[in-house]
Write a protein that binds this ligand. Structure first.
Ligand code: FE2
Length: 124
């Protein structure tokens, strides 16, 4: 199956339950280090032309490894249910992604896939 087909499937189901469980942190203050290092961090910057959304992985400075055995495979961004983009990563990569979008009041959803620990999501 190609990446684009998988992406379309994810988009269709973004608000509707994906094939695998989507993990997220309810309360950052009580989250474990395991949860913190998998959770997408979303930064929003206002631009004249719209908004710049920067996504990295890990909260409170707890970084996810990016080794041959254990790594983040991709980051995807949605605004509402609309897909904005996807960036793929491999071992050794600096895992961060920037997406420029039009100004929107819709919810921003960032998802990341860990090869060992599944799908993680954050919403703002
Ligand atoms: Fe992991």
């Amino acid at each position: 199956m190609s990446d684009s087909v998988e992406f379309e499937n994810a988009v269709t189901e973004v608000n509707d339950g994906l094939e695998q469980d989507v993990h997220s942190v309810e309360d950052i203050d009580t989250a474990s280090d395991f949860e913190l290092k998998h959770t997408p961090a979303i930064e929003l910057e206002e631009l004249k032309s719209g908004q710049l959304i920067k996504v990295s992985i890990g909260l409170k400075g707890i970084e996810h490894p990016q080794t041959e055995e254990h790594f983040i495979e991709w980051i995807r961004l949605f605004v509402g249910t609309e897909p904005v983009g996807e960036r793929a990563f491999g071992p050794g990569d600096d895992v961060q992604a920037s997406f420029e979008i039009e100004r929107s009041s819709a919810q921003v959803i960032a998802q990341a896939l860990c090869n060992l620990h599944g799908l993680w999501e954050a919403r703002i």
